[in-house]
Structures are given as structure tokens and as C-alpha cells.
Design a protein around this ligand. Structure first.
Ligand code: GP9
Ligand code: MN
Length: 688
């Protein structure tokens, strides 16, 4: 057996050696180039175009040295080009010209689009003419630049090569049908092999992002513009395909659900903030675990702690995000709907009708705005914020971002807040009431920019008296060097930025007649083992306590889920509520609860006003898990953790499971089948 394998290896070696020798001696490469001029011109010019596009758009060293997009581009071009060999030589030019124009078009459109939007074009945006039309003229006037025309060199070169070949009677060659087929197959296989090599080099993160397709720059940088664009068409068509089947059933279920749903009654909080300005902080990855926690006597979040003590603090509040993370949090907070089962609402279903908090406040005369110092196309916010009823989205292009004020993903929170205050002062001058949401950025995974903030130590320091009677400081590393430790440092920075922001708001009179709201958008996706260290640290051994130790605190997958909760705080400068709400609550309960205070109602809310539902509340998660004050139920495993130690009946679980399934289905159908649009149209008809 071993001998046979050895012989085969030897055989392959010899064959390769002979082939290389032939290539050298018979000038096979030169021969190949001579015989495939048109095909090669097509591949090379299109490759130059796609590389040029990446150079002109994402101007970073990382991008210059990127090999993967080149591999992907070459593979795609070879595969498309291979079919040209099925045609007779004289008919190939039109085929390659059409392809060349098509690929050049992709590069040009993206080049122009990038100048305007700092992102890449998406087929899904074709249906967005109502949002894009107003900027159409501006594109021609201000955006079309000389570099966008450079891509035309590709087709021009192809035409020149064709004219030259024609003169040299290149097309008069006779090729048999069988030969042509063989040629095509060989070329196609080469392209296929390159694709396989490319796929092997991909990481799971790259594959995951490719499937979601929202981080467009990332995908173009790894997969090249051509693969990006084909995938984009596929992803853009998905919502259309999903909404083609099952409309009647969805509509029936929807109607029944809302017929059965009881209207929220009024309570002591109804309209208490009617007419007040609203400032909402979407706090990136802010988790409740950081609140009321100290290291060496210094609080991680002194400002949030103060707000939570003075305001209304919902201390058992859970984010309900799916793959859409930040954008899902925005969706659920503002509409009381759940994230979609497939794709994300912000990216795949941006053209649906939503009943959202900003839009309802707009109807009451509010000016609505959002501020976030990242690219406006990130999570498709440019489009979705408008759809949710936001008058103006102040995105990255309205902020001064440079090396000095950048931390991690982009503009530091401190600089973001400083610059936002200036914008808010102007807004206040012009509008008598406003609703504004500020989306922070610094406290974003991987929390590794620790050297960029003021030092905050997450170790344990103790003063001990040594044998000679001298006092000494002993340091135990505790959370230093762990991801969770870095997270606390990052949160400490985010909290300090928030504190400065509150001071500046106060100084500028922006806290008068204003409700200040803060929510953590989702957890920081921190390692379980770091929590185990946090709760079970044994400083004498610098390790985790043994599970047999009486002080050992169990931290299993349920504890992990429970720890993912995020803060939700409603605070005003002049009214001290000092109230903690401990009933479990989901992001989808924010709109009914806060809406009731502001005097707005969303008849299609899936959550509840916590002051009405109280102890009876249920938090449904997108994966089908759910929790109440009594239990956390894991639907994948069909197991649960009792939270109050009481036995749970099967009926209780069955009933809640049914509720969860119905709610998730209704929510998804509302978005996929655009049911709010239809329902409103029907109501309008009835009214007229
Ligand atoms: C991006 C920021 C982070 O602009 O909001 O998004 P996330 O990665 O948390 O979804
Ligand atoms: Mn986020």
C-alpha cells in the first residue's frame, strides 16, 4: 500500500517536472498568450478595474496587500470568460465586449456611489428611488470625477486589441467544435479550482459576514467587487422571494392576533412627559453587569449609577437582538417588533411600513434626529432612520474625525458627544421640541484600545504589613489582561464620556424640560470563563475557586444568559423618581412603556407597558427562548432554569411556548409581508 502511494507520488512529481520542462522549452506560456489574446485582455483589464476600485475607495495598507479579492476576481472573470470559447473565434469579440462593459459598469457605479456614500452600491437600493432621487442631480454635479472615467480604459483597450487582431487575420483560425468545448472546459475548471482555493482561505467570520452582506466595505475588501455584487443581488432578492408565499395565512394570523390583543389601559405614568424633549442614548454594548461594580473603590460606571439611582431604572431589562445586533436593537426599541427570522429588518426589509416612536412624535410636532459618527450606510441607517420617521441623520460626514480623536471603530465617544452638543444647540434654537437619539461607538467589541483611555485598573490592591512591620501594597491581577477586564475599562471610558456629555447638556440648558433615556443595545459577547473569574476569583492562588469551595458561585449557560441584560434608564434633571423596576422586561417593552409617558400609542406593539403588565411579563428572544419572572426557558434544549425556586407546571411552559411562537411568527410576518402598510391602507379606506 505504502509502496503504491510512493510510486504515485513519484509519478506526479515526474509528470510535473516534464510539464514544467515543456513549458520552458516549448514556450507554452507565450504560445498560450498568443492564442488567447482576447480572453486574457478581458480578464486582465477587468482585474485592473476591480483592483483600481479598491485602491481608490478603501485607501489602506491592508487593502493594498490584500490577496484574497484578487483571487476571487480572477476566478470569477475566468469562469465568465470561459464560455466565450464555445463560440467560433470570429464571434468571440461581441461576447467579451458585453462582459467587459458589464464589469466596467459595476466598477464605475461603485466608484461614483462610494464618493457620495462612502460605501458600495446595492441592488436593493434600486427600489429606494424615493430616498435617493433628491440626491440624483447632486451626483452628476458634484460626485462624478475623472477617476470614475478611468475604468473606461478597459473596454477601450479591448476594442483596440480586437481591431489589431482583425488586421492580423487572427479570427480566421479554424477551431473544431470539440476543440472549443475542450478549451472551454479546461478554462472553466481552472476558474473552479481557484474558487475552491479561495473558499479554503476563508475564515468563519468572513463567511458569516458574507451571508449577512451588510458590512459592504468588509466584503469588497475580502471578496472583491464582483463577488460582492453578485452576492448582493442574491441577498437583495431574498426578501422578495420570502414575501411571495403565504400572504393569506400571515394576514389571517395577524388580524386574529391584534383582534385578541387588549388595549393598554392608562396608568399613573400616562402623559407625564408629554411635550418634553427626548434625548435617547443608544449605549453600545452596555451591560448591566458593569453597573454598581467597583475595583479598588472606584466605580466602573459612576454616572450610570447616579442616573439609575435618581431616575427610573429597569434593572431586569433584556436586549432581543438577532444577527442585526445594533440595528435590531434600534428596530425593537423604536417599533416594539422583533428582529426578522432571515436577514435583518434594516438591510433586507428597509422598504416596509413601520409604526415607530420618532414618526409618532413627529406627528405631535417634534423635530426628530439621530446622531452616529459612523458611515451612514452602516446597517443601512441612512435609509432606515428616514423610514422610522427621523428628520435628519447626522452621520460620520457631519463630524470631524481624525487620528487623534479615533478609538477602535471610529470617533471616540468623548469627541462624538462634544461635537454633538454643538449640533444640538442649533437644533434647540430652531425647534421647540425634539426627539434625538445618539448612538455611541467606542464601547464596541473587541475592547482592545485600553491604551487610548485614562488608565482604570481592574486588579485588586491591598495594603498589608510585612514581617518588619512596614506597610506594603500587594497587587492581585484579578481581571487585568482578560477580555471582560478590558470591557470594564472600556465601559469606564464610555461612562466618563457620558458624564461629560450630561454636564455639557446641563450647561447649555439642554436638560431643561427634557427626558433623558438610555439603553444598552446588546451585551458585549464576553467569554464565559471571564465571568467565572469575576465571580469566583481566588486571589491566594490567582485562579478560579474550585467548585467544591463553599464560596464557589455556579456560572453555567443560564447564568451567562441572565448576565446578558442591559440597562434601561429614564431620567429627568428636575424630577427624582428613584425607582427600580425589577420585573423582567424586553427591548420591545420600551416603546409601550416610554410611549405611554410621552402620550403616543403604537397599536401594533408586541411588547407591553411594564407598569400595566408588571409581574406577568414575558421576554421572547429571537431564537425562541423566553423568560418570565419565574423561569428562563431554553427552547433549543427544552430545558429551563427556575428563577424563584418554584416548581413549574408543564401547562405553564406549553402556554408560554405557544405565545412565543405566535409572537415571533406575527412579528416576522408584519415585516416580511409588509402587513402594516396593508392594514393602514384598509383602515384609511374604511375611514374615507
Ligand atoms: C456600527 C455600530 C456597531 O455603526 O452601531 O454595530 P454592531 O456591531 O454593534 O451591530
Ligand atoms: Mn451594537
Amino acid at each position: 500500500m505504502k509502496k503504491k502511494a510512493k510510486e504515485t507520488m513519484k509519478d506526479i512529481k515526474n509528470k510535473t517536472k516534464n510539464f514544467c520542462k515543456r513549458v520552458k522549452e516549448e514556450h507554452l506560456i507565450i504560445e498560450y498568450c498568443k492564442n488567447n489574446v482576447l480572453f486574457l485582455t478581458f480578464v486582465i483589464t477587468c482585474l485592473i478595474n476591480s483592483t483600481m476600485l479598491r485602491f481608490f475607495t478603501m485607501n489602506t495598507i491592508e487593502n493594498y496587500l490584500a490577496f484574497k479579492p484578487i483571487l476571487a476576481d480572477v476566478a470569477i472573470l475566468i469562469i465568465f470568460g470561459s464560455f466565450g470559447y464555445l463560440l467560433k473565434p470570429k464571434n468571440r469579440f461581441p461576447y467579451y465586449l458585453v462582459l467587459e462593459i458589464f464589469f466596467t459598469f459595476i466598477c464605475m457605479v461603485n466608484s461614483i456611489y462610494y464618493t457620495f456614500y462612502t460605501s458600495f452600491a446595492s441592488a436593493s437600493m434600486l427600489s429606494l428611488t424615493q430616498f435617493i432621487a433628491p440626491v440624483g442631480d447632486a451626483v452628476v454635479e458634484n460626485v462624478l470625477q475623472a477617476k470614475d472615467l478611468l475604468y473606461l480604459i478597459g473596454p477601450i483597450l479591448l476594442i483596440c486589441v480586437h481591431v489589431h487582431l482583425k488586421k492580423r487575420k487572427y479570427y480566421r483560425r479554424i477551431e473544431l467544435k470539440k476543440e472549443r468545448k475542450q478549451h472551454m472546459l479546461k478554462t472553466l475548471i481552472t476558474g473552479g479550482v481557484l474558487i475552491v482555493i479561495f473558499i479554503i482561505t476563508l475564515s468563519s467570520l468572513e463567511i458569516g459576514r458574507f451571508a449577512k452582506q451588510w458590512n459592504r466595505e468588509y466584503i469588497v475588501m475580502r471578496f472583491g467587487i464582483y463577488v460582492y455584487q453578485f452576492n448582493d443581488v442574491f441577498v437583495s432578492l431574498q426578501p422578495k422571494i420570502n414575501s411571495m408565499f403565504g400572504y393569506d395565512k400571515a394576514k389571517k394570523e395577524f388580524t386574529e392576533y391584534f383582534e385578541d390583543k387588549k388595549e393598554e389601559p392608562e396608568n399613573e405614568y400616562t402623559n407625564i412627559f408629554e411635550g418634553k424633549n427626548v434625548i435617547v442614548i443608544h449605549a453600545e454594548s452596555m451591560q448591566t453587569v458593569a453597573l454598581n461594580r467597583s475595583f479598588n473603590g472606584i466605580e466602573v460606571t459612576p454616572n450610570l449609577n447616579r442616573l439609575s439611582k435618581e431616575g427610573i431604572y429597569f434593572s431586569n431589562y433584556y436586549s432581543q437582538v438577532s444577527v442585526g445586533t445594533s440595528s435590531d436593537a434600534e428596530l425593537t426599541f423604536n417599533t416594539s417588533l422583533m428582529p426578522t427570522k432571515n436577514g435583518t429588518a434594516f438591510v433586507s426589509y428597509f422598504d416596509r411600513k413601520y409604526v415607530a416612536m420618532p414618526a409618532l412624535l413627529k406627528e405631535k410636532g417634534y423635530y426628530t434626529f439621530s446622531m452616529h459618527a459612523n458611515n451612514a450606510d452602516f446597517w443601512n441607517r441612512r435609509v432606515m432612520h428616514q423610514n422610522l420617521g427621523i428628520d435628519k441623520f447626522y452621520s460620520k460626514e457631519t463630524y470631524k474625525v481624525n487620528k487623534e480623536n479615533t478609538i477602535g471603530l471610529g470617533l471616540s465617544d468623548k469627541s462624538f458627544f462634544e461635537q454633538s452638543i454643538e449640533k444640538m444647540k442649533k437644533i434647540k434654537e430652531k425647534h421647540d421640541k425634539f426627539y434625538g437619539v445618539l448612538i455611541t461607538l467606542t464601547n464596541h467589541t473587541p475592547f482592545s484600545s485600553v491604551d487610548k483611555y485614562d488608565p482604570y485598573e481592574v486588579n485588586i490592591k491591598e495594603t498589608v504589613t510585612n514581617e518588619e512591620g512596614v506597610e506594603e501594597e500587594v497587587v492581585y491581577p484579578y481581571m487585568e489582561g482578560t477580555k471582560l477586564g478590558n470591557y470594564f475599562k472600556s465601559v469606564h471610558y464610555a461612562d466618563a464620556a457620558l458624564g461629560e456629555f450630561l454636564d455639557a447638556l446641563d450647561k447649555n440648558g439642554l436638560l431643561e424640560n427634557t427626558v433623558f433615556v438610555l439603553y444598552g443595545d446588546h451585551d458585549g459577547r464576553l467569554p464565559k470563563k471571564d465571568y467565572e473569574r469575576l465571580f469566583n476569583y481566588d486571589k491566594t492562588t490567582d485562579s478560579i475557586l474550585d467548585s467544591s469551595d463553599p464560596n464557589y458561585q455556579e456560572f453555567d449557560s443560564y447564568q451567562y444568559e441572565l448576565n446578558r441584560k442591559v440597562p434601561f434608564i429614564i431620567w429627568t434633571k428636575d424630577q427624582k423618581f428613584s425607582k427600580e423596576i425589577t420585573n423582567v422586561m424586553g427591548m420591545y417593552d420600551a416603546m409601550p412603556t416610554l410611549g405611554n409617558m410621552l402620550g403616543i400609542k403604537n397599536p401594533y406593539a408586541l411588547g407591553h407597558d411594564i407598569f400595566n403588565i408588571k409581574d406577568d411579563n414575558i421576554v421572547v428572544f429571537p431564537n425562541g427562548n423566553w423568560m418570565t419572572n419565574k423561569i428562563y426557558y431554553n427552547s433549543q434544549k427544552g430545558e429551563y432554569l427556575s428563577l424563584d425556586g418554584d416548581a413549574i407546571s408543564e401547562d405553564y411552559i406549553n402556554e408560554k411556548n405557544k405565545y412565543t411562537e405566535k409572537l415571533l411568527s406575527v412579528s416576522d410576518n408584519i415585516i416580511v409581508f409588509d402587513l402594516l402598510n396593508d392594514d393602514q391602507a384598509e383602515n384609511d379606506k374604511k375611514g374615507s
